[in-house]
Ligand binder design. Structure first.
Ligand code: DX5
Ligand code: ZN
Length: 228
């Protein structure tokens, strides 16, 4: 799955920018990744609930809301109620991530948990049993256009093994610095869903960029290291 990040889009034309990656079924964006930043959890400020509510009406592509905010226990459910398909909170910010996952699901969304590059996976494995997606950050959250950190792929491989052996049931997402040079390594490590901001919206033809990334994933998945 490919999830273009609208952080790299033109915020004055969000409906058009969503349409630019929609494409025909099976060819366009699978999800639209929406980065919510509060200038506290990360040193950047983007958009919030009113924009997500409008975007929900403007596109049929499922919204993948990535909340880089403090106190997600208080704010995250609103995004599920606004119709987001997947709502991801940071494990570093959530006070009671298990209760939060239950609330998100009860509000009709999938529950996602994100971990920053320096956050280890092991202390959160029990918590992950309550989640539908794990978003592995491959840059420090806050800004688009940063360089991919290949060392986070160890966490992807570890969680991939747990999913493949039935110890966890979730979808593995990666976010940050994904482009034509890095996506194959991520695919080989076992990622299911690839967030890409500048690689999609920085391209002359965003829809073609989505399709090109998907073709790389398909080719790389044919010799995924974890399936050996
Ligand atoms: C960074 C955001 C990412 C960002 C990725 O904090 O979470 O979703 O949009 O942008 P690129 O693909 O340009 O690294
Ligand atoms: Zn993101």
């Amino acid at each position: 799955m490919i999830a273009p990040s609208i952080l790299a889009a033109d915020f004055a034309r969000l409906a058009d920018e969503a349409a630019a990656v929609t494409g025909e079924p099976g060819r366009g964006a699978d999800w639209l990744h929406v980065d919510v930043m509060d200038a506290h959890f990360v040193p950047n400020l983007t958009l919030g609930l009113p924009v997500v509510e409008s975007l929900r009406k403007a596109t049929g592509v499922p919204l993948d809301c990535h909340l880089m905010i403090e106190d997600p226990d208080r704010w995250a459910v609103g995004y599920a109620e606004a119709g987001a398909h997947n709502v991801t909170v940071h494990v570093e910010a959530a006070r009671d991530p298990v209760a939060l996952a239950k609330d998100l699901r009860a509000a009709g969304a999938r529950a996602g948990l994100s971990i920053k590059p320096g956050t280890p996976l092991d202390p959160h494995l029990e918590t992950l049993r309550h989640y539908d997606t794990l978003l592995v950050m491959s840059v420090e959250p806050g800004f688009g256009g940063q360089s991919f950190m290949p060392e986070v792929l160890d966490k992807v491989r570890a969680v991939r093994r747990m999913v493949d052996t039935g110890h966890l049931r979730l979808l593995v997402e990666i976010d940050g610095g994904i482009n034509a040079d890095t996506i194959e390594a991520a695919a080989e490590a076992g990622v299911d869903c690839f967030v890409a901001g500048s690689a999609v919206y920085g391209a002359d033809d965003p829809a073609r960029a989505v399709q090109a990334l998907r073709e790389q994933v398909v080719a790389a998945s044919a010799h995924r290291g974890w399936s050996a």
